[in-house]
Design a protein around this ligand. Structure first.
Ligand code: F3S
Length: 412
């Protein structure tokens, strides 16, 4: 791989052990993928910023890197394993909190912005069109590529960390024009009403697309930012999709031809999504009746202020049933916003908890069971997938309006 003089010096150790180790990793990955060079990145977003997914090896790597390494570009962090402000009352152990705090200190020492959210793009970390970045977190990666038009591969914790420290990433995959063209067409033939329908569409398409780049037609120009967020998160869950186009909506798809790089998509790569697919996909994810639910988890990906406003409207005038714990996951920054504009107060008065900076997919395995939760309702296909897989609970999946009566009572 061709390196600049400065990159070669990084690799030779002129800038310290951490930079050298980071560069060794990036060069090895680049050679694996036949990258011809490294390219500068404008920012990094890191997963593995929690004790559970980092594991023993990951924690050691982060601590070692923090000895001499400093982030060369703005670097944010993905959710951690507990709510740093409410861990005790939510039943997390002090030992886990201490592990989390040690990682926090290490990332802080390196100059990271410890936002611990999967929606960095909604709290000020939004790269520009065509800007190269190195992001982890599949839902954020696909949003960056598809909706913002910036360029990133699906980084893992170590390569994201190395990119943050060096300000470089190998030039392969979604950094290259030709890899960004759509190669599968999905014609949407049914009306989609809200975030959950988009999450269902994404789940359906992800299983077909796997790692390809879908081009959607039939999605109206009025599709919201949150609907695109939910679509992308689901595509990256049932498949490993990292980029998509919506013709007439996303920035690299002014036309179908432009989205495909002016290559014809064959009929065998063209699919349709209709109302029956919508219904059947939602049913296939649901494994339990909403009346059996003892935990509700909303806000996956972390809720935006608009979504919190909608949730506050939906819960207003109701009270969550005693036996049901209800969480809305979000970034602490969005939570503060919700507090300032009054949505948090409405939600808290109905028994809903705004949970900051964390996610059940990286809480200790079976944490739900240890707290006595056995059945979950969610409006996110990604949360349904991970809660079943990591927390071993049965899920009801559907829009909040479909199950809110099962988990609340009316307040007179
Ligand atoms: Fe975010 Fe967790 Fe969902 S990281 S996208 S809330 S599974």
């Amino acid at each position: 791989m061709k390196l600049t003089k400065e990159e070669q010096e990084m690799l030779d150790g002129k800038y310290g052990d951490s930079v050298q180790k980071a560069m060794e990793l990036l060069v090895a990955v680049g050679e694996c993928y036949d990258a011809e060079e490294l390219i500068p990145v404008a920012s990094a977003h890191l997963s593995g910023a929690n004790p559970i997914s980092a594991g023993t090896g990951g924690k050691r790597l982060i601590m070692e890197m923090a000895e001499t390494g400093r982030f060369a570009v703005p670097t944010t962090t993905n959710p951690t394993s507990l709510d740093p402000w409410a861990w005790r009352e939510m039943g997390f152990s002090e030992a886990l909190y201490r592990e989390h705090a040690a990682l926090f200190e290490a990332f802080g020492k390196m100059g990271g912005f410890l936002c611990n959210t999967c929606i960095p793009y909604l709290i000020g970390h939004a790269p520009r069109m065509r800007e190269h970045v190195a992001w982890c977190e599949s839902s954020a990666v696909i949003y960056a590529n598809a909706v913002l038009g910036s360029r990133t591969n699906r980084e893992g914790g170590p390569t994201g960390l190395a990119a943050g420290i060096t300000g470089r990433t190998p030039a392969y995959g979604y950094h290259l024009d030709e890899k960004r063209h759509g190669n599968l067409k999905m014609i949407v033939r049914t009306e989609l009403k809200g975030d959950t329908d988009y999450a269902t569409l994404g789940y359906f398409v992800g299983t077909i697309a796997q790692d390809r780049v879908p081009i959607f037609t039939g999605i109206p120009h009025s599709v919201s930012r949150d609907e695109l967020k939910c679509l992308g998160a689901a595509l990256a869950t049932s498949g490993s999709v990292a980029h998509y186009h919506v013709v007439g909506v996303t920035p690299e798809a002014p036309t179908e031809e432009a989205a495909s790089g002016y290559k014809k998509i064959s009929s065998s790569d063209t699919f349709e999504f209709n109302s029956k697919d919508l219904e059947e996909t939602e049913e296939s994810i649901t494994k339990i009746e909403p009346e059996k639910v003892d935990l509700v988890v909303l806000g996956c990906p972390h809720a935006s202020i608009d979504q919190i406003k909608n949730y506050a409207g939906a819960f207003s005038g109701k009270k969550v049933k005693n036996k049901v714990e209800t969480w809305i996951l979000t970034s602490n920054i969005v939570k503060k916003y919700a507090e300032n504009v009054g949505y948090a107060k409405i939600l808290e008065s109905t028994g809903v908890r705004l949970v900051s900076n964390t996610c059940p997919s990286i809480m200790p395995r079976d944490f739900f069971k240890s707290r006595g939760y056995s059945a979950l309702a969610t409006d996110s296909s990604k949360m349904a997938y991970y809660a079943s897989a990591v927390q071993n609970v049965l899920c009801y999946y559907g829009s909040l309006e479909k199950f809110i009566d099962a988990v609340t009572t009316e307040v007179r």
